[in-house]
Ligand binder design. Structure first.
Ligand code: IMP
Ligand code: MG
Length: 431
């Protein structure tokens, strides 16, 4: 396959960063197509830890082109900070390798202020957002009042638009949210500084990608968040404000159906979620604490501790359907080492009926009862295993059971944090 998307099959934090980073080695171009800096991909390269929020993971591979597509919302200051940090650490020397869509929307400080003030006022009804202003930025996009990178081309028009937006948002912040207004002069000054640097990255990324694909280039589309955080298909309202399923690749880049050859779903060998909202297989207590510690389960965007649960097959089947998954990468299998038995949710009980996939209406997830199957654990260290056949028998049976339950072939299995600690059954670019 020449064009491959990687998407989260759970609630984000599935370990997409590591897989995307690995596959970036085989791609010519790596593309972000939705979300903003609410995403964070943690990568460990030669023992050095990187957290990428907006810059595609290709940036850690010399010579790869990184594209930020029109479906994203980008905090310009956060983007420039990230670029500076990468440069300080001797990456991303060639500026021409980054291409930013003119049609992507800007996340502004007033979006952040609104996001945070709303969450604070919501009390127990809070969504648990990352607080980076992503929801309010997408609201402006849909309301047709948002500011796009294209607007930077005309400094006067940009300033006017910014002023109008700031006046409106400040009125809303003060009167409705009872929050502090943002400082318009400060925002204008910081955008003036940022503008000069940003212009060099702007281009028609849709055309660029279309030409690249026609020229036989390999393209990796890097999804952010996860299927269950999708604005349409996730656990609404406990979701993010963009489509994060595979079909968002097309609208989020300006390519037509047929241009995406295959989709690799990423799922942990168990489950995690951050923020509020339903989580059927959630477990609490000592075992959850020890998995959180062993798996270092803290959200990379905000550092919050993640909620922990067992692998949920009905949910995975749903993700397979919504994303049209070609294969599954099962991450962090090593974290389950030493746990016995390991539970797997094979179906739900809901209103007296058994469901193999999600019952109608995502709110049903608040009250489904998981039906568990218990599997034998293992104690052997998995870190050096590079083939399924070399896994301890019960670990292999666990992986095979998940493939059987989800109906999706296992393409990769993660057995440790580093790039190398991965069993590659089938590399999508070689399929
Ligand atoms: P927002 O995207 O900041 O609006 O947050 C909405 C919900 O999505 C919250 O529950 C966040 O914790 C969650 N979320 C957003 N981005 C990610 C991610 O990359 N990984 C995991 N959860 C995320
Ligand atoms: Mg992440």
């Amino acid at each position: 396959m020449k064009t491959v998307a990687v998407v989260g099959a759970q609630w984000g934090d599935e370990g997409k960063g590591k897989i995307v980073d690995m596959l970036a080695a085989d791609a010519d171009i790596v593309v972000r197509f939705q979300g903003g800096n609410n995403a964070a991909h943690t990568l460990v390269v030669d023992g050095e830890k990187f957290v990428l929020r907006l810059v595609p993971a290709g940036a850690l591979h010399p010579g790869k082109i990184c594209v930020i597509g029109n479906g994203t919302v980008v905090d310009p200051v956060a983007l420039l900070d990230e670029i500076d940090d990468l440069k300080r650490r001797r990456h991303f020397a060639d500026e021409t390798l980054l291409k930013l869509s003119c049609e992507a929307h800007l996340v502004m400080p007033y979006h952040r202020a609104i996001d945070r003030a709303r969450e604070q006022r919501a009390g127990a009804r809070a969504i648990g957002t990352t607080g980076f202003g992503i929801g309010p930025a997408y609201e402006d996009k849909v309301a047709r009042s948002g500011i796009r990178f294209d607007d930077l081309h005309d400094a006067r028009k940009f300033d006017d638009k910014l002023k109008r937006n700031i006046a409106e948002k400040n009125a809303y912040l003060k009167a409705v949210l009872k929050a502090k207004p943002v400082n318009g002069a400060e925002i204008a000054a910081s955008m003036k500084r940022a503008r000069r640097r940003l212009l060099r990255y702007l281009c028609d990324t849709g055309e660029f990608l279309s030409d690249a694909i026609a020229g036989g280039k390999r393209v990796l589309f890097e999804g952010a968040h996860g299927t269950m955080l999708d604005i349409d298909h996730g656990t609404y309202p406990y979701v993010t404000s963009s489509n994060c399923v595979a079909s968002a690749v097309l609208a989020g880049t300006g390519l037509g159906p047929g241009k995406l050859d295959g989709v690799l779903g990423i799922s942990k060998a168990y489950a995690t979620r951050v923020g509020a909202g339903p989580f059927p297989t959630e477990m609490k207590g000592r075992l959850a604490d020890s998995i959180r510690e062993e798996g270092v389960e803290f959200g990379s965007a905000t550092g919050r501790p993640l909620r922990i649960g067992w692998f949920d097959a009905p949910l995975a089947r749903y993700a397979a359907r919504v994303n049209g998954l070609w294969g599954l990468a099962l991450t962090k299998l090593d974290v389950l080492t030493g746990i016995d038995p390991i539970k797997v949710c094979v179906a739900y009980q809901y209103k007296g009926k058994r469901y193999e996939t999600l019952p109608p209406g995502r709110s049903a997830l608040e009250s489904v009862k998981p039906i568990y199957e218990e599997m034998r654990g293992w104690t052997e260290d998995l870190g050096s295993v590079r083939a399924l056949a070399d896994l301890p028998e019960s670990a292999r049976l666990y992986v095979e059971r998940i493939a059987g339950l989800t109906g999706v072939p296992i393409a990769m299995v993660g057995v440790g944090a580093s790039r190398e600690a991965t069993i590659v059954v089938q590399n999508p670019f070689l399929a």
